[in-house]
Design a binder for this molecule. Structure first.
Ligand code: HEC
Ligand code: HEC
Ligand code: HEC
Ligand code: HEC
Ligand code: HEC
Length: 476
């Protein structure tokens, strides 16, 4: 084993001698500065990760900074090798290397430079990291920077969660959730960099369970009672006949006395299920834990028995799967916007024509934008010249609204089309509640998960032109 003395003689002294050059000193500065920032970050991470739980921080702290650290080391080495070969070639290598001593002016000079470089680098690297972290925590980073998030980002900004950061629902609190998100985030960023990612992007059970996200803000036991839902529809006739439907939904919950009622009261904490797809659209097996602790299994007659070893507990996301990114159907979106006045129902056949254009096949959003607008104009100009002459601005704004509807729901570049991301609330546009409440899920005792319309809602009015009840309620 070499003694401490010979180590100093044959390694340390030559190292400092050759290392006394600009390149190595700057390398030393970069290395120490990035090491200090890294250590600082780890300390913050261990004691509660400083409020940032961004999954893409992994890129900065696990890849970029260590990269900078290694770059510094390489610079030190290159500097040493260059100086050594320069001195060798000019025959200036001393017969013995000078003592490494704080009294030696050459060594002291080098030390001054290294300390100054470290200090400056620390400030630069530190500020860059601080700004990087602050930026990555913004919704703009999660949603806007990455074009593959365009569909979710667009829907998010018009949802009731537009003020809630992506990470609130996509990163579970605690160290495990944090590390999980970081590993996933890094993987996803690489997939985007090498242009190898799924189109469309689906949730694939990767969103954390509601108890660690939604319930930080929402009360699972709130009693929401009944909810009045009024919807407008327009017909495909010349005058776009408008009708209204009025539904009273029994949302329910848990009241002050602990009684469970309605839709919320019926499921929470006691329904488990197994699905045969990643989006939970096909559910052949359901288990309910009854109030006495016994369980009832409901299965679809004739369906192959799935593996029931690890069922999923139905939580808020089981129904509110589109809480922050709801994509509409063409029909639903058109009706909603027409009820607000644009596209204008004063234009003949607007509902029929608008729906046709929204459902058209376009290879990109820009193609859709151009073709929807020009087709609507052409339609009125050629078929209804008098309408075109008298209501030109209405035709133009209607075309603009149609384009807007398309652009917020269909993203050809990501293969997100009408219906790609079904909403599990309801059952008219996709299976939704009827994934289980279809009248086909039956227990061995012959009990069926109910399909009785009035248990979930009272259809007070179904597609009437001027429902009296809305006038009575002052809503018409
Ligand atoms: C209120 C909670 C919440 C917020 C805030 C939120 N998400 Fe989501 N996100 C969800 C849920 C719930 C799902 C669907 C889970 C499922 O279907 O299993 C989802 C799914 C996704 C998916 C998978 C594809 C899809 O559409 O199902 C992506 C991508 C996504 N979110 C991105 C984002 C981005 C980007 C933001 C911020 C701009 C964001 N989310 C904000 C709750 C949220
Ligand atoms: C950071 C807090 C926060 C988190 C996390 C959160 N929400 Fe919300 N949620 C809100 C706020 C604020 C509103 C708007 C309330 C209002 O407008 O009255 C809201 C509204 C809602 C609504 C009613 C409006 C609508 O869109 O139908 C539902 C349902 C809902 N949240 C479900 C969820 C679900 C499911 C999750 C988990 C995936 C979740 N929330 C996570 C804060 C949160
Ligand atoms: C069995 C399906 C189901 C489950 C599970 C469920 N909800 Fe709901 N929730 C509904 C339905 C249906 C409505 C009313 C429909 C609507 O608002 O469009 C509703 C309404 C709401 C509303 C009120 C929306 C409004 O506009 O007034 C909130 C808030 C909400 N749910 C939060 C939650 C939370 C939080 C959880 C989890 C603890 C949860 N829900 C679990 C089906 C469900
Ligand atoms: C398991 C509960 C459940 C059952 C059973 C059920 N529905 Fe619904 N239904 C819903 C929910 C939830 C919605 C969504 C309401 C909303 O838009 O917020 C809905 C919406 C509807 C709508 C659309 C209402 C509108 O305003 O556009 C119609 C129509 C409808 N249901 C008819 C029926 C009929 C008819 C039956 C009986 C065969 C039935 N439903 C059974 C839960 C149920
Ligand atoms: C994963 C399967 C599943 C889904 C999806 C589901 N439910 Fe249920 N639901 C059940 C089971 C199981 C029961 C208990 C049936 C029983 O005890 O007979 C139940 C019970 C109910 C009850 C009480 C029925 C009664 O007889 O009192 C209501 C109301 C209800 N569900 C509404 C809804 C609504 C609305 C939706 C969609 C937003 C929905 N459910 C989605 C499985 C489901």
């Amino acid at each position: 084993m070499p003694s401490a003395g010979s180590f100093r003689e044959s390694w340390l002294r030559p190292f400092f001698f050759y290392g006394n050059n600009w390149l190595s000193l700057i390398g030393g500065g970069i290395t120490t500065a990035s090491a200090m920032v890294l250590v600082g970050f780890w300390v913050v991470a261990v004691f509660g990760h400083g409020g940032s739980s961004n999954p893409y921080l992994g890129i900065l702290f696990d890849l970029l900074l260590p990269g900078v650290f290694i770059l510094g080391l390489i610079l030190i080495l290159v500097g040493i090798l260059l100086r050594r070969s320069f001195l060798l070639s000019t025959d200036q290598v001393p017969s013995f290397f000078p003592e490494v001593s704080i009294h030696d002016p050459v060594f002291r000079h080098g030390l001054d430079i290294a300390v100054a470089a470290t200090f400056i680098n620390f400030i630069i690297v530190g500020i860059c990291c601080y700004r990087g972290v602050a930026y990555m925590d913004t919704v703009s980073f999660c949603g806007n920077t990455c074009h593959v998030m365009a569909p979710e980002n667009a829907a998010y900004h018009v949802s009731s969660h537009a003020g809630v950061a992506c990470t609130e629902c996509h990163v579970a609190p605690g160290t495990a959730g944090y590390i999980h998100a970081k590993v996933n985030g890094t993987k996803q960023l690489f997939m985007v960099l090498v242009d190898h990612y799924p189109r469309p992007i689906m949730a694939n059970h990767k969103v954390p369970v509601a108890s660690s996200t939604c319930l930080n803000c929402h009360n699972a036991n709130a009693e929401l009672g009944d909810k009045l839902v009024v919807t407008q529809s327009f017909a495909d006739d010349a005058v776009n006949t408008q009708t209204s439907s009025v539904t009273v939904l029994h949302v329910g919950g848990k009241d002050a006395l602990g009684h469970l009622s309605g839709i919320h009261g019926a499921h929470l904490g006691k329904i488990e299920y197994v699905s045969t797809d990643n989006e939970d659209q096909n559910i052949p097996w359901v288990r309910k834990t009854n109030s006495d602790g016994s369980t009832t299994e409901f299965v679809v007659a004739g369906a192959p028995t799935p593996n029931t070893a690890s069922p999923r507990l139905m939580d808020c996301i089981g129904c509110h799967n589109r809480a922050a990114h709801s994509f509409d159907t063409a029909e639903g979106a058109l009706n909603k916007m027409m009820a607000q006045g644009s596209p204008s129902s004063s234009l003949p056949f607007l509902h029929k024509e608008g729906l046709l254009l929204l459902n058209g096949k376009y290879v990109s959003q820009s193609e859709a934008k151009a073709r929807i607008a020009s087709s609507l104009v052409t339609f009125y100009r050629s078929q209804y010249p008098s309408v075109w002459n008298q209501q030109r601005p209405a035709v133009q704004t209607s075309a603009d609204t149609l384009v807007k509807i398309y652009m917020s729901n269909v993203f050809p570049a990501m293969n997100v089309r009408w219906g790609t991301h079904p909403n599990n609330i309801g059952h008219t546009d996709s299976l939704g509640c009827f994934r289980c409440h279809d009248g086909n899920h039956t227990s061995t005792a012959g009990k069926t998960i109910t399909n009785d319309c009035s248990i979930c809602h009272n259809l007070v009015v179904s597609n009437e032109a001027h429902p009296k009840v809305l006038t009575d309620l002052g809503m018409n």
